[in-house]
Design a protein around this ligand. Structure first.
Ligand code: FAD
Ligand code: NAD
Length: 461
């Protein structure tokens, strides 16, 4: 018998070991199911741990240190010019941050009895799949969970094969600190990684096709970030597109529509991500991805095939790790016969720039677009004692309230630490708290969290 003939029988096979996949497998194992993960890289953590959330936030931490040290000069403390040892920085990110967490996940999997098989999974029917690659085998399953994530979109026509034209995976590797970096896309990745490279010393130019950065995000929240980015970056071109990129070997020549050609040492393409459902053999099942590769699922994460579930980025927007994790747990519980549903009202979103931008639930713009009447409570951080002590009075906290009931429908925050503060907003929205409840809760003084209480109080006057 050759290895490829081996047929393994499991309760649940999870395809993809990212946050959605490993959360599903861990929960399935906790519920007594025999679960196995097939991952192309034979590792847990997926894009989030190995090339996304975690390495980018490690680099943003370093960028934050550099800009705090610069700000300290205004406070009378001068650390001098930063000297950056790229090798040491890469080792810290890769070994001490990503490596340590990856080893932790592998240990958890072992502890729960979840086996991780290395290779590409290809479905052969609604009951079985084959694994291609280093550990070829066939797996027969009672249920499968597709958690294959997403991949960067590369603009057709511009996606020349050039080491100088990077996607986010290449950019977090930090190959060097280019003197001039062109960032195409002023969304999450463009702004987060643009911030990293600018802090390390690159002259960063951002080109965004829409008329504002972070399109779709509340303008009140984006404004303080846009002001900061204007100072931090060498150029921000809104309502603009890159019409051509030519790698001449030493530099990349870029044509931004309506402007003379400019040269850059590297380009980061950050124009969105696409669900990854192709090449999976789904045509042998009843799962039918849409034209964007997205697998439609119901609130229990069931696809059209009763034996196959899907979670995470492959199921579409918002493509965020914490959503994938929650869906993973729901899918495992649904398979185990528990009454689980992905019915969360608040999926918090955080852009880890400086200042951070975070929101959850209904936004003012969404309410307007839906013709829904809301009341808005705002608290500008200029009046916050804690913000003053940090030298950061540029923040804003905003509550979106149902005028009839006083219920908190949405929360938006911009300012340092907004990503941590939004947890209180998510708790309020998810649990249908009233503005009154938030206002009557004692918040420690002096903290930035008081801004939520103040915004709530502003609605009760
Ligand atoms: P993924 O993490 O994409 O994992 C999918 C896994 O499936 C991969 O390991 C892949 O190798 C494997 N796979 C694919 N096809 C097959 C196959 N046929 N057979 C076997 N294995 C397969 N989100 C946040 O919430 N916060 C952040 O701060 C954040 N920062 C980000 C920064 C960057 C630069 C990027 C790119 C993304 C960031 N994200 C962030 C998004 C986050 O990474 C994703 O939402 C999350 O990883 C999705 O998890 P997932 O489980 O759906 O899939
Ligand atoms: P994005 O959707 O956040 O931003 C892409 C931007 O590119 C948009 O503003 C879009 O208008 C612009 N764009 C598209 N085509 C363009 C063109 N031809 N020229 C100029 N601009 C163009 O996508 P992203 O930044 O690539 O990130 C992908 C996804 O990864 C995010 O949507 C998010 O789900 C996830 N992510 C999350 C975090 C986080 O949670 N902090 C961080 C990074 C990535």
């Amino acid at each position: 018998m050759v290895m490829g003939d081996l047929v393994r029988e499991v309760d649940v096979v999870v395809v993809g070991g990212g946050p959605g996949g490993y959360s599903a497998a861990f929960r399935a194992a906790e519920l007594g199911l025999d679960a196995v993960v097939v991952d192309a890289g034979k590792r847990l953590g997926g894009v989030c741990l190995h090339e996304g959330c975690i390495p980018s936030k490690a680099l943003l931490h370093v960028a934050g240190l550099i800009s705090e040290a610069e700000r300290a000069r205004e406070l009378g403390v001068d650390f001098g010019e930063p000297r950056i040892a790229l090798d040491a920085l890469r080792t810290w990110k890769t070994e001490r941050v990503v490596g340590r967490l990856a080893r932790g996940l592998a240990a958890v999997a072992k502890g729960k009895g979840v086996d991780v098989v290395g290779g590409r999974a290809v479905f052969e029917s609604s009951r079985g799949l084959r694994v291609e690659g280093d550990e070829p085998q066939k797996i027969r399953f009672a249920h499968a969970i597709v958690a294959t994530g997403s991949r960067p979109v590369m603009l057709p026509g511009l996606a020349a094969r050039s080491e100088r034209i990077m996607d986010s995976t290449a950019a977090v590797e930090l190959p060097d600190v280019p003197e001039r970096l062109l960032v195409i896309g002023g969304g999450y990745i463009g702004l987060e990684l643009g911030t990293v490279y600018a802090a390390l010393g690159s002259l960063v130019t951002v080109v965004e096709m829409m008329d504002g950065l972070l399109p779709g995000v509340d303008r009140d929240l984006v404004q303080p970030l846009a002001r900061r980015v204007e100072k931090l970056f060498a150029g921000v071109h809104l309502g603009a597109r890159v019409a051509g990129l030519v790698d001449s070997g030493a530099v990349v020549e870029a044509r931004i529509e309506g402007q003379a050609a400019q040269v850059f040492d590297r380009v980061l393409m950050a124009v969105g991500r696409r669900a990854q459902s192709d090449g999976l053999g789904l045509e042998t099942t009843r799962v039918r991805p849409d034209a964007h590769g997205v697998i439609p699922v119901d609130d229990r994460c069931r696809t059209e095939d009763p034996r196959i579930y899907a979670v995470g980025d492959v199921t579409g927007e918002p493509m965020l790790a914490h959503r994938a994790m929650r869906q993973g747990k729901v899918a495992a519980e649904a398979i185990a016969g528990r009454p689980a549903a992905f019915d969360n009202r608040a999926v918090p979103a955080v852009v880890f720039t400086d200042p951070e931008v975070a929101w959850c639930g209904l936004t003012e713009h969404e309410a307007q677009a839906a013709g829904r009447e809301v009341r808005i409570g705002k608290f500008a951080w200029a009046a916050s004692g804690r913000a003053a002590t940090l030298g950061r009075s540029d923040g804003l906290t905003k509550l979106v309230i149902d005028p009839a009931s006083g219920r908190v429908l949405g929360v938006g925050i911009v300012g340092p630490g907004a990503g941590e503060l939004i947890a209180e907003g998510a708790l309020a929205v998810e649990n249908a708290l009233l503005a009154e409840d938030v206002a009557a809760t004692i918040h420690a003084h002096p903290t930035l969290s008081e801004s939520l209480m103040e915004a709530a109080e502003s609605l009760l006057r």
